[in-house]
Design a binder for this molecule. Structure first.
Ligand SMILES: O=c1[nH]c(=O)c2[nH]c(=O)[nH]c2[nH]1
Length: 301
């Protein structure tokens, strides 16, 4: 039985790039964590330690920083597409490049009610993400683009029930027609085009997801995920599929009866773990799959 080298890739993970635009007194900030990974003719590096086809991970890092100035950093999808195309187009031995980006948002502080020009506080809300896999050149070029967010913590205090579930000898859960529903949502969507208004699309998709969560009378978190995905696909024909991962952040009614205190869905224990973990893909059935789009490098995106 022969032992052979299998799938491999290498790159620089988690470059923390902060780009300040300071062309006027009113500065702008973009703050990202970017990773690059290259696939190609790198077997000799693994098999015999020959580095002649290896573009150092340090060079990948330098490129990531320099591109934030040379090409700009306005939309993370555009930045990732350009960085990925650069490695595939300029390094002979690279067949595909994956670029993963997390973006941290900053919010201008108010001084005497006025937005300050160059001071921000970090937003504690969701982290926007993008992952791009650029493969091949010329007519064979494919760009798999994922956008999304993670850690969008969202809660509704009514409008959610969970009843009618299967019961067996281990079932203790009581059905409820009025519960708190909360999650820390991860949503990732796959584009079928690169001709996209990335910023407005991101905000539009996030808005649909949040509004559906709020307005749908939910019979289960599963149903909420499907309806959120369906609404996004109905609104954007260049989104092929959307994937959700949603921990059910259980809020258990706290028992105040021992103290003679009534609890009408007013006091809860926000339980940390275990949590239900509900996942779903909502997809257009005619669109071919793109497995490379989902092949996470860092696990962060
Ligand atoms: O929305 C829910 N889905 C479930 O599958 C489930 N299971 C459970 O115990 N509570 C819930 N809630």
């Amino acid at each position: 039985m022969a032992i052979v080298l299998g799938s491999n890739r290498y790159g620089k993970a988690e470059n923390r790039v902060v780009r300040i635009y300071r062309d006027t007194d009113r500065h702008e900030i973009r703050d990202i964590n970017v990773s690059s990974a290259l696939r190609g003719e790198f077997a000799d590096a693994y098999l015999v330690g020959d580095q002649s086809k290896i573009l150092p991970t340090d060079t990948q890092k330098q490129t990531a920083y320099s591109f934030s100035k040379e090409r700009g950093l306005t939309s993370i999808e555009t930045y990732a597409l350009e960085l990925g195309a650069h490695f595939v187009d300029t390094v002979e031995y690279v067949q595909s490049a994956r670029i993963e980006v997390e973006e941290f948002e900053w919010q201008r502080v108010l001084v005497d009610g006025t937005e300050h020009d160059h001071t921000w506080v970090r937003k504690g809300q969701e982290t926007r993400i993008a992952a791009v896999t650029v493969t091949g050149s010329g007519a064979d070029r494919t760009n798999a683009v994922i956008g999304g967010f993670k850690d969008l913590v969202i809660l509704k205090s009514t409008g959610s029930e969970f009843t009618g579930f299967l019961e067996d000898g281990y079932t203790l859960l009581e059905p409820t027609t009025d519960r708190v529903m909360a999650t820390s949502l991860i949503a990732k969507w796959r584009f079928t085009s690169t001709d996209v208004e990335w910023e407005s699309t991101y905000l539009g998709i996030k808005k649909i997801i949040i509004e559906t969560f709020a307005t749908l009378h939910s019979l289960a978190l599963q149903q909420t995920l499907y309806e959120m995905g369906k609404a996004v696909l109905e609104a954007y024909d260049f989104i092929a599929e959307i994937r959700f991962s949603a921990p059910n952040k259980h809020h258990f009614l706290y028992n105040l009866a021992p103290f003679g205190v009534e609890n009408n869905n007013e006091v809860f224990n926000a339980d940390d773990r275990p949590y239900g973990l509900i996942e779903a893909t909502v997809i257009r059935d005619e669109v071919p799959p793109a497995p490379e789009a989902w092949d996470s490098y860092t696990g962060l995106v």
